[in-house]
Design a protein around this ligand. Structure first.
Ligand code: HEM
Length: 344
């Protein structure tokens, strides 16, 4: 499938960003019912799913080229957004292999991988890259293997090492995050890095999720959806840059809310890695304004109900307090009060 990329989009300052009709219809809308609460919402990451975003191992869409440029900008200003601890080198090569093979398989018109024993040639047409290198020899690439390939991938990635019956976040490329810091979290265990999340610890969500992940098998990846809201189509909502984007939360008005307030959905994927026995965690971020989403009537209706009834602790954690009522007043126009059926 040929994707028509939009290379001039921006995710800062003038925010030249919008979703085409097709991009709205493929959006991974996260609510299967009219209410939302945390759960261990993990399912097999197989082809198929309610929209086209679930068809590839690593989904690429019209925003790919612009998102890679945005990542390069963030890294130029803050190289510590990519950190990999030294013992994770086997996991770096695992990641490079997995992403290259998957992209070449799922999008052959855009990406190609030619392998001659250890000598590999990688072609990335949308970004105009062609490199030959020796698999296993980092000196033959312009960056370490994990940074090399995640600079060419949409979404954030973290690398988990498995030891002592736990997972440790010992690496990552994190430039499009919903208000958490890789530099702060690096080296933490599963429960430690989830420390700030309300309610889910008491519900046993993290105990069960960790037990499940420790048994994750090679070749059987899983996925889950997470969501929050972001003012403006801004990818880099990091704690490091809070002074830049935090004040945006006060700029939502009745006039601008439909186009300015975005639902931010993370399609999260987890892959067991073959050599390192680590886990690759992909966090693929999708942004759509609430007016774009409301073009699909059942989504507008459902978003209204989910936001109306959200638990106050989740509202506070996700930072929705300042504009939730304005969003509700706007979305009420899309809610005819009719009952909805379960499913996206
Ligand atoms: C939030 C990382 C897997 C459930 C978070 C946060 C981070 C994170 C950094 C933000 C915490 C903060 O506020 O500082 C990861 C990593 C994973 C992983 C690296 C890879 C192993 C999972 C899994 C679940 C899960 C498998 C399944 C239940 C959640 C939930 C939140 C959260 C419910 C709160 C999100 C929100 O309300 O916006 N995670 N996570 N995570 N995580 Fe994970």
């Amino acid at each position: 499938m040929t994707i028509r990329f939009k290379p001039d989009e921006t995710f800062r300052e003038d925010f030249r960003y919008a979703n085409s009709e097709a991009a709205i219809l493929r959006f991974p809308f996260p609510f299967a019912e009219d209410k939302y609460m945390y759960s261990v919402n993990i399912e097999p990451h197989v082809r198929g799913g309610p929209t086209e975003a679930f068809q590839a191992a690593f989904d690429i869409d019209e925003h790919y080229v612009a998102e890679c440029r945005e990542r390069a900008l963030v890294l130029e200003q803050d190289p510590n957004r990519c950190i990999v601890l030294p013992h994770m080198m086997p996991a770096q090569w695992d990641t490079l292999e997995l992403i290259m093979e998957s992209l070449a398989h799922d999008y052959p018109e855009h990406f190609q991988l030619a392998r001659d024993r250890q000598r590999w040639t990688w072609t990335n047409r949308p970004l105009g890259i062609e490199d030959s290198f020796i698999f296993g020899d980092p000196t033959t690439l312009p960056y370490e293997p994990f940074e090399y390939i995640t600079r060419q991938a949409q979404g954030d990635y973290t690398l988990q090492d498995q030891r002592d019956n736990n997972l440790y976040v010992d690496g990552g490329m994190v430039t499009t995050q919903a208000d958490w810091s890789l530099e702060f979290n690096a080296g933490m265990s599963f429960h430690e890095w989830h420390g700030p999340v309300p309610l889910a610890h008491e519900m046993g969500v993290f105990d069960r999720a960790l037990q499940f992940l420790l048994r994750l098998q090679y070749g059987k990846p899983v996925r889950r959806l997470n969501w929050t809201m972001t003012v403006n189509p801004r990818l880099d909502t990091s704690p490091e840059n809070y002074p830049i984007w935090g004040p945006d939360r006060t700029t939502i008005t009745r006039r601008n809310v439909g186009g300015k307030l975005h639902l931010r959905v993370e399609l999260q994927t987890l892959f067991r890695l073959p050599r390192s026995n680590g886990i690759l965690f992909g966090i693929r971020c999708y942004l759509a304004s609430i007016d774009e989403l409301a073009r699909v009537p059942k989504w507008g209706r459902r978003l209204h109900r989910v936001l109306r009834d959200i638990h106050p602790d989740l509202e506070a954690y996700k930072g929705l307090n300042r504009y939730r009522q304005i969003a509700l007043d706007h979305l009420a126009a899309f809610d005819d009060g009719e009952p909805t059926s379960p499913g996206i």
